[in-house]
Design a protein around this ligand. Sequence first.
Ligand SMILES: [Zn+2]
Length: 254
Amino acid sequence: MNYKEKALEAVVYFNNYWKLNKLNTPSIIPNIITSRQDVAQIQTFLTSQHFNAGKIDGLWGEQTDSAYNMFIEKKKTGKIINFRTDTTNNVPYLKTPYPKYKDIESFYGKLEDINKNIVTVTLPYKHILAWNTRQTVTKTSCHKKISDVYTTILEETLLTYGLDEIHKLGLDLFGGGFISPPRKMRNGSEVSTHSYGIAFDYNPENNQLHWGRDKAVFATPEYADWMDIWSKHGTINIGETKNYDWQHFQFSTF
Ligand SMILES: [Zn+2]
């Protein structure tokens, strides 16, 4: 089906959908010619539902098509599909050499002894504290078992993006690593992986805890290389596996 046919299908679909759900048809979009109004109204509606339909221009293109497909899939299955079709959600999860949460202490040591296993690493590029952007970070602490691979991940990020792009994309916005004393997970009773020195948060403002892949920037194609660098080294991103907390990378599974 080409885009023209897809747009026609979508117009029929949404006219029904709005009627069935007793929703008002989105109002006429100013500055858009009449023949493009139907698509512009669909774009407005999809955007209001947090599906990024791109520019509201009344033209059916790749972005609108992808937003429409995601919307339909969500209605059918209740799930939001990953538009990064080059990767399968759970591949990094299956490939990881790192332990499940229940085995975390046999792999990384007991929580009460954790300070013995914590080392300082020099970051390959300067980080900025996400919650106080006037403060730069050149060193951080983490578990000695993952310190080398963590440094490698950042070195590869530097090689892949370069400093300017890193800054532009907010890959230097540090949300935190090792946390002591131990902290409970924000949504549960287990101790956070941050307390073991095996988790790192990046760009938290644009990847907020409750945001899914419809909002988190790490779910967008611009960050595909960044996400791949982490997963290639066996880390788990909570967003990629559970679709929340996209800021969070950890060296353990669930
Ligand atoms: Zn975290």
